[in-house]
Design a protein around this ligand. Structure first.
Ligand code: SF4
Length: 184
């Protein structure tokens, strides 16, 4: 009997470890998708993409990288003038693309490693993905991967995989480092 197939959107290496291990243990055939136009700047995007590639290789999973679609404008057009709700539009952008690719590829399920982060709006991601799936195929595969977040951090420390210091977008970088700005 052929295994059910999941297209898993991957945001970074550390967040990918536990979901990949868990889905493989459950017997799914998993393909990873790295499509994150929210990440700023480009060099940070490349470091995270390389981290995701290292993790995928360690766990024997194929990873599709959408470097040719890395366009910061794609993200900014979604969020400018609605910055207070930007995470919702950022999730939607990435989940919609994952669903679209999963549909074209005939996958049974789609999901995201965003569900493994304690810093993300977990319920909002799950509700949004369910709404996008609309009860059709592929279905949204929900699992609370958050209990495995530390496992991912530890594995990446051991493997020398890049671990980022901010969520990803230009706004989150500013929030993370703005204390370094001088007061006049
Ligand atoms: S803080 Fe993170 S989830 Fe929110 S918009 Fe920025 S990159 Fe996306």
């Amino acid at each position: 009997m052929s295994r059910e197939r999941i297209l898993l959107h991957i945001c970074c290496g550390p967040c990918a470890v536990h979901p990949l291990r868990s889905l493989l243990e459950q017997g799914y055939e998993v393909v990873g998708l790295f499509d994150n136009p929210n990440i700023h700047p480009l060099r940070e995007y490349v470091r995270r993409r390389e981290g995701a590639e290292q993790v995928a290789e360690k766990l024997g999973v194929k990873l599709v990288c959408k470097d040719e679609e890395y366009d910061p404008g794609r993200y900014l057009r979604e969020v400018v003038h609605r910055e207070p709700s930007r995470c919702f539009y950022c999730y939607r952008l990435r989940l919609e693309r994952t669903l679209s690719i999963a549909r074209r590829g005939g996958f049974d399920w789609f999901s995201s490693t965003l569900l493994s982060s304690k810093r993300q709006k977990h319920e909002q991601i799950a509700e949004l993905a369910n709404a996008l799936a609309g009860g059709g195929a592929p279905g949204f595969f929900y699992q609370d991967f958050r209990p495995g977040q530390n496992e991912g951090q530890e594995a990446c420390r051991e493997w020398g995989v890049y671990r980022q210091q901010y969520c990803g977008c230009i706004y989150s970088e500013w929030e993370r480092y703005r204390k370094e700005l001088r007061k006049t």
